[in-house]
Design a protein around this ligand. Structure first.
Ligand code: NA7
Length: 539
């Protein structure tokens, strides 16, 4: 090891979340020297940072966790179908300890720059605390929902009470008892935190800009019988999830909305309402997301459910989305969310009517006046997809910053690699997933492991995504954004929530099958075009 470096390794992984941990496992199994660094003080990624009250999976626990070890799958008993943050964090700690991965992890290490060195064919990585490392391969498993976003509200920093972002929640417990609390934002995080803190607080004021179509998560404990079935069903569960386009157990329905009579439809919707989480999209009528008339039918059904719960009709109407149908934005799944508005201590401010004009030392000011608070919760989301990658100072071949290369939106090959950035991989990044993320990200990590193995066996020091393949994938993803994806341009999946961010689709709406097919094609061609300087490189 070079004396001035803290680490000189084959592979440096950034991020100790669900993807980084698996990539670390694969790297270690393949015999590489590997170092994983993370800005936090513990593992879990999303499940480390998002420790706000009510934070939990909305993918089924056992389909979110790993499948690479049958023993792990069988020994870990999830207590609930949609487990909460503390349990999820425990799971990732268990995995890291079970497989002896912790000794490869350096915490409190926030990467600030990663620069490709042409001569050495290595990445030079620097962190905020002065840590430096050299690595042949750089894997940024930095996540898509990991760069928290604060809106630029005048006076935000002047507030003298307590202020928290859901995505940067402190490890010490926040005491809500008897406090006057504001929650800004009603995305998946806001709607999880609101019903959990509502019973404790003196008052809760929800600042809502855009209502969401929140439907029941239908969470419940995993019964002893279900535990036994999960263990016995490992192989078939894995197979079902592996064959699923979105990585879930929910099965698509064969039916179209208007094949059924209104009465049959109502009965079908009632059954769909009982399904867990994303079952309400996947197992709904096949045309629910893409046929506007079908979407309007289901949206009407959900709106009536909201009206049936919320006692004040004016509040109910404010909570029903008017600018997008169900799944036009990422729909949250909730427990007792709408019920919270029936509490006398909870009130809703519609920011479309009365926008926030300022945060003051004591509270939040809108056109209706100043409300004073003890605590402000910013549930205002993330710079989705590209935010984290653009913040770690990646500079590729010919001194090209990733930030610049992606100024108009990400250009990727399978959401894993970018041309101009040799030996650099970002599993779980933009253009990768559109469903149960760990399943896509795991496929990507497997692909990377296969590609590295091939390069090692054939003596290739440098791997780079061919421009033609990057163009092909990026074009397909961008086109499918409008033909295969329910999400509309107002969604953060198009970058719309961040002022000044290029409008470009950030998911992979082609689904897992297309990604897996292209991975197979690349492997079968012996990764033709991926090794610059070799005969078949075409670069
Ligand atoms: P989201 O879903 O992006 O939600 C952020 C919320 O914050 C949303 O309601 C926004 O309203 C609101 N927001 C953002 N900026 C402002 C300003 N300036 N003023 C008022 N309100 C604002 O993030 P989450 O953390 O809830 O969920 C992220 C993902 O985590 C989720 O999709 C799951 O995958 C898990 P808007 O809709 O933009 O009008």
């Amino acid at each position: 090891m070079s004396s001035e470096l803290d680490a000189d390794v084959d592979i440096l992984i950034v991020g100790a979340g669900v993807t980084g941990i698996y990539q670390l496992y694969l790297a270690r199994e393949a015999g590489y020297s590997v170092q994983l660094v993370d800005a936090g003080t513990g593992v879990g990624g999303t499940w480390y940072w998002n420790r706000y009250p009510g934070s939990r999976y909305d993918s089924e626990s056992y389909t979110y966790g790993y499948f690479f070890s049958e023993e792990l799958f069988k020994e870990w008993e999830w207590s609930e179908h949609f487990a909460g943050q503390a349990e999820n964090e425990r799971y990732f700690n268990h995995v890291v300890d079970k497989f002896g991965l912790r000794r490869h992890i350096r915490f409190s290490t926030r990467v600030t720059s990663a620069v490709w060195g042409k001569e050495s064919s290595t990445w030079q990585v620097t962190a905020a605390d002065g840590y430096t490392a050299r690595a042949r391969y750089l894997v940024a498993a930095t996540g898509v929902l990991s760069a928290p976003f604060y809106p630029d509200v005048p006076g935000r920093e002047s507030f003298r009470g307590e202020s928290y972002h859901t995505g940067l929640w402190p490890k010490t417990e926040v005491d809500f008892k008897g406090k006057r609390v504001a929650v800004i934002g009603t995305g998946s995080s806001g709607v999880q935190v609101i019903p959990v803190i509502a019973p404790d607080v003196a008052s809760l004021t929800v600042y809502q800009r855009t209502p969401n179509w929140a439907t029941p998560l239908n969470n419940r404990p995993v019964t002893p019988q279900e535990q036994a079935e999960l263990k016995a069903g490992f192989a078939s569960i894995k197979e079902t999830v592996d064959k699923s386009a979105s990585g879930f157990l929910h099965q698509p329905s064969a039916k179209m909305t208007f094949d059924d009579s209104p009465e049959e439809r109502q009965a079908f919707y009632e059954r769909t309402w009982q399904l867990g989480g994303f079952g309400k999209i996947i197992s709904n009528y096949r045309d629910m997301t893409m046929n506007p008339a079908a979407n309007a039918e289901w949206s009407r059904f959900v709106a009536d459910k909201i009206r049936a719960v919320v006692r004040d009709p004016a509040t109910a109407e404010k909570l029903i989305p008017k600018d997008h149908g169900y799944a036009g934005k990422r729909p949250p799944y909730v427990t007792d969310y709408y019920e919270a508005y029936n509490r006398p201590n909870v009130s809703l401010i519609d920011l479309k009517e009365t926008p926030i004009t300022a945060v003051t030392e004591t509270g939040i000011e809108t056109a209706e006046g100043l409300r004073e608070f003890d605590i402000i919760v910013w549930a205002t989301g993330f710079d989705f997809g590209t935010g984290a990658l653009k913040r770690i100072g990646i500079v590729g071949r010919d001194g090209l910053p990733l930030k610049e290369y992606w100024a108009d939106g990400p250009l990727t090959y399978l959401g894993i690699m970018a041309h101009h950035f040799p030996n650099f991989f970002f599993p779980g990044g933009p253009h990768g997933g559109a469903g149960n993320n760990p399943r896509y990200n795991g496929d990507q990590s497997d692909f990377i492991a296969g590609l590295l193995e091939f390069a090692r066996e054939h003596g290739h020091a440098v791997i780079e995504a061919p421009k033609a393949l990057e163009d092909e994938w990026t074009t397909m993803v961008n086109e499918a954004a409008y033909t295969m994806s329910p999400f509309k341009e107002l969604s953060y999946f198009f970058g719309s929530n961040i002022p000044g961010k290029a409008k470009a689709f950030l998911l992979n709406s082609l689904g897992r099958p297309k990604m897996l097919e292209m991975m197979e094609t690349a492997a079968k061609s012996d990764y033709a075009g991926f090794f610059p300087g070799s005969e078949d490189s075409g670069q």
